[in-house]
Ligand binder design. Structure first.
Ligand SMILES: Cc1cc2nc3c(=O)[nH]c(=O)nc-3n(C[C@H](O)[C@H](O)[C@H](O)COP(=O)(O)O)c2cc1C
Length: 162
């Protein structure tokens, strides 16, 4: 049996984790509350901050089956190799898009987003980066449960889309 474990700051990774767990009939725990003695395999769903999959370092000796990274950038921009190496991930890795809830950001994170958004604007806004810019400045969601189908299929059947 696979148990879903997640880290989430503003709720989108938690929502994906709960959706995936419900689809699989699995248990679902926050990394903050999960028992470290859990014997099940783990599907870890964590939000990304820079190259770091938040909370993944706390999984310790638990048996990882796969990792789902939740970020804001389009999947085509997701730096899979960098994130895999940085977090020392040795299992299949999936990427899903979450949301930015500005009410959950602290002042430093708001400044960070303002700097990144300014850099994006300086490089020229287009149909691809405008939604990211808007989400950083005003909040916004790219959450899409149907995008979790590949993960659910992989955990359920072991088959990964090539
Ligand atoms: C401090 C900070 C750094 C972030 N860095 C990245 C990043 O490097 N790449 C990315 O795609 N999203 C980044 N994000 C966006 C989050 O990963 C995204 O909002 C995610 O959906 C949050 O998940 P949550 O709702 O479960 O907290 C960052 C968000 C914050 C607050």
């Amino acid at each position: 049996m696979v148990t879903v474990v997640y880290s989430s700051r503003s709720g989108s990774s938690e929502a994906y984790a709960k959706h995936i767990a419900t689809s699989l009939g699995s248990q679902c725990f926050s990394i903050k509350e999960v028992s470290k003695d859990l014997d099940d395999q783990i599907l870890y769903v964590g939000w990304i901050s820079g190259a770091r999959v938040v909370g993944l370092n706390k999984v310790g000796d638990m048996k990882l089956k796969a990792v789902v990274v939740v970020g804001i950038e389009p999947e085509s921009r997701f730096k899979k190799v960098k994130v895999t190496n940085y977090n020392k991930i040795r299992v299949p890795i999936f990427y899903l898009r979450g949301w930015i809830d500005r009410s959950k950001l602290n002042v430093f994170q708001k400044i960070l987003f303002a700097v990144i958004a300014a850099k994006i604007k300086l490089g020229g806004l287009n149909q691809y980066n405008q939604p990211i810019f808007d989400a950083m400045m005003e909040g916004g969601s790219f959450y899409d449960e149907s995008s979790a189908e590949d993960v659910i299929r992989f955990i359920g059947t072991g088959q990964q889309k090539s």
